[in-house]
Design a binder for this molecule. Structure first.
Ligand SMILES: [Ca+2]
Ligand SMILES: [Ca+2]
Length: 312
């Protein structure tokens, strides 16, 4: 197994290596501050120990992010996991953001086809055809520029009548989780808890066939759910798990479509999106922290960063 730091010295990784080195220097500096701070608050040992665990967990999570930013890593590269030390470590993952459908693209840019995609997906999640149609029209009203309600939609008047204290902002969703505020979305939450996590607002809009779920692939391409499940099962390789070394990923859109038994024309899919989601969980003692970043593949620092969140 390769050490974390080997990535710094690999020939051909000089640029990301230099960036990683900077991050590691910053971490070393912060560790120094941490030790100094712990000494200052030494009269409150418990506080110091909790604060230290939290900061160490944060540093571990940041290390995972720095390692995972290397665009040449495979998803199963062992450097993405650092658990050699029982007391502290991290686990990071890099996924294509286009594994998730872009809600704004589907509602605004893709017209009827985008709406049909969402209706099909919501039906696979257990909604009736009528419920799915109504919810998609309400979502479309929420993000389109005007304040004129569609036939089954809902604009500010309907929100006010239902006692809601906010109105559709008539602009694209900033984050997919904002869609939980659409009138009637609670019915979808009951069927598919946490459903907004299955969407994004950051991807190019095409569906990435190397990582998307079977339900998303079926809705995007029109194949049956069982055919999409067979495709995903083949893609996952012998161990049945995604993002492991035995994966059999399609090398072109044509190859993927051939496996699915459908025509390429007119279906917005990809196998190679340049927006990635990096998730890194760090832990140290009782402290733990998870960081999620969405960024342009291979970008470093604030340049190319689209989204950043830290949380437990
Ligand atoms: Ca509107
Ligand atoms: Ca696998």
């Amino acid at each position: 197994m390769r050490g974390i730091f080997s990535a710094v010295f690999d020939v051909g990784r000089a640029r990301t290596g230099a960036a990683l080195l900077l991050v590691l220097w910053a971490i070393a500096f912060l560790m120094f501050i941490l030790v100094a701070t712990s000494a200052i608050v030494g009269d409150n040992a418990l506080f110091a120990s909790n604060a230290r665990a939290d900061i160490e967990a944060w540093l571990q999570a940041r290390s995972g992010l720095a390692v995972a930013a290397d665009p040449s890593l495979e998803a199963w590269d062992p450097v993405l996991r650092n658990d050699r030390d029982q007391q502290a470590g991290f686990q990071a993952s890099v996924t294509s953001e286009s594994a998730l459908p872009n809600l704004n693209t589907m509602l605004l840019a893709r017209g009827e086809a985008g709406h049909r995609f969402l209706e099909d997906l919501f039906r696979l999640w257990g909604m009736s055809e009528g419920e799915a149609e109504v919810l998609v029209e309400r979502m479309a009203d929420y993000v389109d520029a005007d304040n004129a309600a569609r036939l089954n939609g809902a604009e500010s008047e309907a929100y006010a009548e239902s006692g809601r204290e906010f109105a559709p902002p008539n602009r694209p969703f900033l984050l997919a989780e904002e869609a939980a505020g659409v009138m009637g979305a609670d019915a979808l939450e009951a069927l598919q808890p946490g459903w907004t996590d299955r969407f994004t607002t950051f991807s190019s809009g095409a569906i990435d066939l190397t990582l998307a779920g079977a339900d998303v692939i079926a809705s995007a391409t029109g194949v049956s759910l069982s055919m999409a499940e067979d495709f995903v099962s083949e893609r996952n390789g012998a161990d049945g798990l995604p993002q492991t070394e035995d994966d059999l990923l399609p090398e072109s859109v044509e190859e993927a479509m051939l496996s699915l038994g459908i025509d390429v024309a007119g279906v917005p899919v990809t196998i190679d999106d340049n927006i990635v989601r990096i998730e890194s969980s760090g832990w140290a003692g009782d402290g733990s922290l998870r960081i999620v970043e969405v960024r342009k593949r291979g970008s470093v620092g604030d340049s190319g960063l689209l989204y950043y969140r830290e949380g437990k």
